[in-house]
Ligand binder design. Structure first.
Ligand SMILES: [Zn+2]
Length: 284
């Protein structure tokens, strides 16, 4: 999930939004210069894969393992991930898969318990953490790097929170929390209380929409060491958990946003349309 800020570009010459997202935008162009047709992506991916065949074998990773469809654009992301596994090469982080790629719209699979300690799974987790931090974002699900497995990572820091207005983070009940890695998470709501806020997603870069989320949730699953974990979360952390768990069900926030609230980051502070409920906790 992208970090959420309600500062508008119109409010300052170099807005905080721009500062926060500038790097990722530039890097995106550097890392993914091929912005051409789908055919070009396919061609590019195939040639990269054939070059990397030894790396697949060495790491017991095959295309079949993570193939969910005939998609080629998610393949591009997977290629990026494979590239990072070559020996004597500087690791290259996977690309973040963007909306429209089938891997983001299909349910993910459980991580087999006996594979959690494997190099393959541990590498995926390490890469997810790096990608989330580099973006930067406060959460990431494995499908977002092209891998349809039930793994989420999330963290929120004092620094990230300091970029947003205090009043806003107070309303959102947003607090810093340490890195969480959860495999095969199961989420349940702990109360009927919900809240409406704008949220964003690294796979829907540059946009936001209002989403209604539960205010109190509990997530159980496994840590990267295979031991059971249980997280009881409220406020913004609960929102991040719901957002990331949705990814594992093949759902992105635009699938459940409040209609007519979808907008660019630049338009974030413009008034909501008539009939859209006010942001904040819903009091019934
Ligand atoms: Zn997301």
């Amino acid at each position: 999930m992208e970090m959420i800020h309600r500062f508008s570009h119109r409010l300052s010459s170099i807005s905080i939004v721009e500062k926060c997202f500038k790097n990722s935008i530039n890097k995106q162009f550097v890392r993914n210069p091929n912005l051409g047709t789908r055919l070009n992506h396919e061609k590019s991916f195939k040639s990269r894969v054939s070059d990397l065949k030894p790396a697949f074998n060495r790491n017991l990773i095959t295309i079949k393992t993570f193939s969910t469809s005939s998609s080629s654009s998610s393949s591009t992301a997977r290629a990026g991930w494979f590239l990072g596994l070559g020996e004597n090469k500087k690791p290259i982080l996977p690309e973040i898969v963007k909306a429209g790629d089938p891997v983001l719209h299909e349910p993910s699979r459980d991580v087999p318990i006996d594979e959690i300690g494997s190099e393959k799974i541990q590498n995926i987790i390490d890469n997810m953490i790096k990608v989330m931090r580099e973006a930067p974002g406060v959460g990431l699900a494995a499908p977002q790097i092209g891998i349809p497995l039930k793994i989420i990572v999330l963290e929120d820091t004092k620094e990230y929170i300091s970029y947003a207005p205090k009043q806003e983070t107070k309303e959102q009940d947003r607090h810093a929390f340490d890195l969480l890695v959860i495999l095969n998470p199961k989420l349940k709501k702990k109360s009927g209380k919900t809240a409406l806020f704008f949220e964003g997603c690294l796979s829907v870069d540059g946009f936001r929409a209002v989403v209604e989320r539960h205010l109190e949730v509990e997530v159980t699953g496994l840590g990267r060491d295979g031991k059971p974990v249980k997280v009881e979360a409220t406020g913004w952390q609960a929102r991040i958990l719901q957002h990331e768990c949705d990814h594992l069900d093949g759902t992105i926030y635009v699938d459940k946003m409040v209609p007519r609230t979808f907008r660019t980051v630049e338009n974030l502070d413009l008034p909501l349309p008539l009939g859209v409920p006010k942001l904040g906790v819903i009091r019934s």
